[in-house]
Design a protein around this ligand. Structure first.
Ligand SMILES: [Zn+2]
Length: 272
């Protein structure tokens, strides 16, 4: 859900730790510690926020920002169940008026959303929940960590330092191209995991599907066409997940009515 390709390295002697994506169970080879990646990404996130603030392009719409924070807070209890280590994260979201970014999530639950993107799609609260759940899913599935780990193996420069790898990934188009198949997998996985997260959080499945309908109507702006699933495939996934959810036993359906009258989840955590 981003125009900017995210950040993320090489050492034949570094140990690869095994991890599994929540819900899907897909195995991943991760080269660094989660704490190291989260700290690196948090630093990159705040650097970006500072740059945007210097340009007067951050949090200029307090009402919209408050709504984003409430909707994100509604997703966090279910996110913690999907990925228990995220209970220690300080989830954070900011709003930018820059048109260079649609929405992006950094490791550890740091999200940035474009006001321009929200207004362009005229997103309802439930549709925003679908967008934020997709972004949160990238972090819950350690996609940033996996991308950095793959980049470490693919880069043709010496050195294994995480900062070096992240910087090369940010600026090296050839390296990004090599990772396009992984990016495609991440986008498809974030769609699926995000749908589950939003459904588990009580958001109306019709709103979630409508978000993917609106997304499919946007002109194709992917920098790397092979890095993002086709809009029709994303919409089919959303429809399939919604239908599956509707087939589940009744207790699940009570949470939709609750969501219609109350946005903030009782277990919502305080957010900056
Ligand atoms: Zn995405």
């Amino acid at each position: 859900m981003k125009k900017m390709l995210p950040m993320l390295f090489f050492c034949l002697f570094c140990a690869q730790a095994g991890a599994q994506v929540p819900a899907t169970g897909r195995w991943q080879s991760l080269s660094y510690s989660s704490a190291e990646v989260n700290a690196r990404q948090e630093s990159d996130y705040y650097e970006l926020i500072r740059e945007l603030a210097d340009q007067g392009q951050i949090n200029r719409n307090p009402a919209m920002l408050a709504k984003l924070r409430d909707i994100l807070a509604s997703l966090i209890p279910a996110a913690t169940k999907l990925h228990p280590p995220s209970a220690d994260w300080e989830w954070e979201i900011h709003l930018t008026s820059s048109a260079d970014i649609d929405a992006v999530c950094f490791a550890g639950g740091k999200i940035l959303v474009s006001e321009h993107f929200l207004l362009q799609l005229q997103l309802s609260d439930g549709e925003i929940a679908a967008l934020l759940a997709h972004e949160a899913a990238h972090a819950l599935a350690s996609h940033q960590h996996e991308e950095l780990s793959e980049a470490r193996l693919l880069r043709d420069a010496p050195g294994n330092d995480l900062t070096l790898v992240a910087e090369q990934l940010r600026s090296d188009y050839r390296l990004q191209l090599k990772l396009s198949a992984l990016s495609y997998q991440h986008e498809a996985e974030a769609d699926q995991l995000g749908m589950q997260l939003a459904l588990d959080s009580g958001w109306n499945p019709a709103d979630l599907v409508r978000f993917y309908e609106k997304l499919a109507r946007l002109p194709d702006r992917a920098l790397l066409s092979r890095s993002v699933p086709l809009p029709s495939a994303r919409l089919s996934m959303a429809n399939g997940m919604a239908k599956y959810w509707a087939s589940l036993p009744a207790p699940w359906h009570g949470s939709v009515a609750a969501r219609a009258t109350r946005i903030r989840h009782p277990d919502a955590v305080a957010m900056r």
